[in-house]
Design a protein around this ligand. Sequence first.
Ligand SMILES: *Cc1c(COP(=O)(O)O)cnc(C)c1O
Length: 390
Amino acid sequence: MSKQMQNIPIAKPWIGELEAEAARRAIMSGWVTQGPEVAAFEQEFAAYVGANHACAVSNCTTALHLALLAVGVQPGDEVITVSHSYIATANSIRYCGAIPVFVDIEPQTYNINPLLIEDAISERTRAILIVHQMGMPCDLKAILDIAHRYGLPVIEDAACAIASEILWEGKWEKIGKPHGDIACFSFHPRKVITTGDGGMITTNNPEWDQQFRLWRQHGMSVPDTVRHGAKQVIFESYPMLGYNYRMTDIQAAVGREQLKRLPEIVERRRYLAQRYHDQLADIPGLKLPTEPTRAKSNWQSYCVRLPDSCNQLQVMQVMLDAGIGTRRGIMCAHREPAYCHETWSCGSDRLTESEQAQDHAILLPLFHQMSKQEQDAVVNELKTVYQMQR
Ligand SMILES: *Cc1c(COP(=O)(O)O)cnc(C)c1O
């Protein structure tokens, strides 16, 4: 008999009537681009992560671009980062005309290896851009120690890390507080909460926050919201080159509802991740993700490492045939044509852990609405193909 048809996607946003109602509220208000909903979302987001300032933008890629500009990254500069990330991380560096210098990852956390950072620093290094990959916090303490010694700003790519936590001077704190200089978040549907597309920049530096607000709105001196509400005619000016990196009020209204759901979402994800740990622990040779004692992941992705004897593509295909969506390990930017053809592109001999992770890891389905039965089906299918491959 053929397998019962099932469809378990890799991810699925938890979004519904409340968000639809919020979007309706924004639309019916008559003000649909960046306005009061964005302002409220920013305040609520800043309060949630514990940051002094939060500035909403169109997505995390534009957030990273502005963060790098704010810390002074200029053409010809170098920025230390990882290749093992979604390509947007490295792209944001190139938007500034700067060169990404790739550092390898730790195989256990899939995050930048702090022990390798110092060797990558040169006199052209202007910043360090770290990634809390798949929601697992980096070893921020070790990274900041190095950064402070060299006087380098640290930007956190927290695209996947909303609600992730680190143990900071004896207290659990949210990623985005921020512990580096600036943290950048994404609300793409593949992340833990979504606004369709969207991003947020958090910082404790009021000047940078002001700068973000100008840049995201064409460098406009007087925002349209202020001119709209004014009793006197006001002319705006454009003192600097800006961008259109705004979030709309429709998105922000949705984001505010998503933020309310966040504690429940994270609790559920942590529960399901623990269930994967328990059920997959007895598969020989399968490496499960490890959470350092200093970190709590939001489990944006649950990533397992197959032994070298397993064929990653085949495992994924068998699972897909059974109606289960998986993804391979996180990509490596340095292997893509957009990168490997550049003269400054670094050799892959230094990035073996990054490549190993891409080639041998697979991401399993994990989403809020996932039932125990669905999760059991994933576990059973993985166990079955594992037997076949050995
Ligand atoms: C998703 C992601 C981005 C890009 O986020 P967008 O909001 O889609 O621009 C950047 N960095 C990392 C690590 C990501 O996972």
